[in-house]
Design a protein around this ligand. Sequence first.
Ligand code: NDP
Length: 287
Amino acid sequence: MRRGAVGGARRRDYKIRSGGETPDDKNITRKRVSLSLFDLTGRTALVTGSSRGIGLAIAGGLARAGARVIINGRNAEAVQKAVDELRKAGLQAEARVFDVSDPKAVETAIDAIEREIAPLDILVNNAGKQHRSMVVDFPDEAWHDLIRTNVDSVFFMSRAVGRRMIPRKRGKIINIGSVQSELGRATISPYTATKGAVKMLTKGLCAEWAQHGIQVNAIGPGYFDTELTKTLVENKEFTDWLCRRTPAGRWGKVDELIGAAIFLASDASGFVNGHLLMVDGGLTSIV
Ligand code: NDP
């Protein structure tokens, strides 16, 4: 009886303090407030290299969080297929076919996107490639191609988009690094050099643009089953080694990168800048 009276008094106090909400209402309101930090409704996001793999998963995740997403790649058919897939799921998606390693194509594409679709709120620099060979056998062209695709693209894209974000005093840039931003491995030394560069470019852009309200961060995926890693996935010896080497004991699934991408694309990460967020099943946490 007495306990009920105290409870009733508390409930009334609560109503006065919080404008008529009951504790249950308050919990729901709190949940809504915290979830709204991750809401991307009304935002426009360009994800490079999003016709498949990690880029497509991230684009789909950002779209499900409310963003209009722009799908990119060099193969028009593959880009349109990805757009159709997202639209079929009721999501907002547009296609833009261009080579992110070509500075002229980048400038033309960003100008057109901002005029014809909307100013970009979010840029995900995801396009990338791999070439596996020991350094002594590594062809010049493969080296230049890796540098162009994995590093030049991040520089050209960030510069074109950053120039437009700075006067708007807001923006999110997410670069896709790798566990190889931190760790070497035989047969992929040039790739590790490119991903180390992506990490340091992330920090440099943060140094210049944080003051303008722009957050530049990176995600470091561990090993994920995609076209890029197909030969490794099919290689039992490699997969056995990887599962022993990774505390989670398995390959990553591309959808497991969505949470990190939404966090870094949303207001939830407003004071996070220059960070490389590993999503790697613990791989970089152990020797
Ligand atoms: P995929 O090979 O599956 O996809 C690569 C995407 O990039 C495709 O859409 C491809 O389309 C596009 N692309 C490549 N070059 C260009 C270019 N010059 N201009 C525009 N688009 C381009 O790779 P993943 O999804 O596996 O990898 C995505 C990113 O994640 C890469 O940066 C990779 O280094 C990184 N990463 C991947 C890991 C993994 O385990 N899979 C681990 C760590 C990092 P198209 O060729 O038709 O242009």
